[in-house]
Design a protein. Structure first.
Length: 344
C-alpha cells in the first residue's frame, strides 16, 4: 500500500509538505502542491479519510438541505454546490425536507451528529430546534434562496423583487391592467419579495392593488392549479396571471385548459424560473429566468471559505441577477382591442 512517505519521496518534498497539501492545514506554494498531487496520482495514493478527519478536525463534507429535490430549480442548485465543492476537495451530502419543518429538524440533527464541516440550507422558514442548535454551534452555514427572520447568516438569493418587477412591467406594457398573482406560502422569502416586485410595478403604473387578484399556492403543481381556478372564477377575472414559481405555473396552465380557455388568446401568463422544458410548453412560456447553478456554486464557495478560515467578513447577502425571457404566453391587449374595433 502506498504511504505518505512514498508520496514525499516521489515528489521530492518533506512529509510535512505532503501532509499540508492533503489536509489543507497550511499554505503550500502552487509549484510544490502540483508536484505532490502529481505524485499522488502516479502512485494512486488514497488518503485515509477517517485518519485525516481526526488530524484536521474536518470531514471535508458539506451538508446541503433543500426543500424539494424534485424541483429542477433546486436540482440545479445541487449541481452548483457539488461542482464548487469538488473543486475544493469537499463532498456533499444532500437531504430533502419536502417543505416540512419537522423533517428539516431531523435532517439538521442527524447531519450535525455526523460532524459535517458546514451546512447550505434552503430553509422552510420555521426556526425549529435543529436550526436553533446550529446557530448556537461553531459550525458555519449559509442560506440559499431564502432567509429566516432573526437569523443573521450569509445568504445567496435571486434578485426576486427586480425579477417580478420586470414581469409585471412587461404585462402592463402589453396593455394588461388587471393582473392576478399566485404566491407561495406566506413568509417564504422568494414569494414575499416577488410580491413586492408585483406591487412596485402596479403602483408605478398607477394601478390599484386588488385583494381579490392575490392568491396563494404551496409551490406545488396542485396548489398553483387551485389558486388559478379561484382567479378564473371571479366575476371579473384577470386578463393576465403572474405565477411566482415553476411548479405552480404548470398547475395554472392546466387550470386554464380545464375551464376551456386558451393562453394567450383568453388569458396571458408569466412564470418565474426558466428551464429547457419551458419552451416546449404550449404556448412557450414567458418567464423570469434565474441562475440556480450560480446560486449553488457561489453558496458552496462561500461556505468553504468560512470552513477553512478564509472568510473574515461580517454576514453578507449576495444577490444573483434575473432577467425576463419573452415567449408566446402573453398577448398584447391593446393590439387585440384595436383589431376587434376594426373587425379583424
Amino acid at each position: 500500500m502506498t504511504t505518505i512517505k512514498d508520496v514525499a519521496e516521489k515528489a521530492g518534498v518533506s512529509l510535512a509538505t505532503v501532509s499540508h497539501v492533503v489536509n489543507g492545514t497550511r499554505y503550500v506554494s502552487p509549484e510544490l502542491t502540483q508536484r505532490v498531487k502529481e505524485a499522488m496520482q502516479k502512485l494512486d495514493y488514497q488518503p485515509n479519510a477517517l485518519a485525516r478527519s481526526l488530524r484536521t478536525n474536518r470531514t471535508h463534507t458539506i451538508s446541503l438541505i433543500v426543500s424539494d429535490i424534485s424541483n429542477p430549480f433546486f436540482a440545479s442548485i445541487v449541481r452548483g454546490v457539488e461542482n464548487a465543492a469538488a473543486e475544493n476537495g469537499f463532498r456533499v451530502i444532500v437531504s430533502n425536507t419536502d417543505e416540512d419543518p419537522i423533517t428539516e429538524d431531523h435532517c439538521l440533527t442527524v447531519l450535525q451528529q455526523r460532524r459535517t464541516d458546514g451546512f447550505i440550507i434552503v430553509p422552510t422558514g420555521v426556526v425549529g430546534k435543529g436550526l436553533k442548535r446550529l446557530t448556537q454551534s461553531s459550525t458555519p452555514f449559509v442560506f440559499v434562496d431564502r432567509r429566516v427572520d432573526g437569523i443573521d447568516v450569509d445568504a445567496v438569493l435571486s434578485e426576486n423583487v427586480n425579477g417580478a418587477y420586470q414581469a409585471i412591467a412587461y404585462l402592463i406594457e402589453q396593455g394588461h391592467t388587471r393582473i392576478g398573482v399566485i404566491l407561495g406560502r406566506k413568509g417564504v422569502t422568494p414569494s414575499e419579495e416577488r410580491f413586492c416586485g408585483y406591487e412596485k410595478a402596479l403602483k408605478e403604473a398607477g394601478l390599484p392593488i386588488e385583494e381579490d387578484l392575490i392568491k396563494r399556492g404551496d409551490f406545488r403543481i396542485d396548489g398553483g392549479g387551485a389558486a388559478c381556478h379561484e382567479l378564473l372564477q371571479l366575476a371579473k377575472p384577470p386578463s393576465a396571471v403572474f405565477v411566482v414559481n415553476n411548479r405552480m405555473v404548470i398547475g395554472a396552465m392546466e387550470a386554464i385548459r380545464e375551464v376551456g380557455l386558451k393562453c394567450p388568446d383568453d388569458i396571458s401568463i408569466v412564470g418565474f424560473d426558466d428551464f429547457d422544458w419551458v419552451g416546449l410548453l404550449e404556448p412557450p412560456l414567458t418567464t423570469v429566468s434565474q441562475q440556480p447553478y450560480q446560486i449553488g456554486y457561489q453558496a458552496s464557495e462561500l461556505l468553504i471559505s468560512k470552513i477553512v478560515g478564509r472568510a473574515k467578513h461580517l454576514f453578507q447577502e449576495y444577490r444573483v441577477s434575473c432577467n425576463l425571457v419573452c415567449r408566446s404566453s402573453v398577448a398584447n391587449v391593446g393590439m387585440r382591442s384595436s383589431h376587434e374595433a376594426k373587425g379583424i
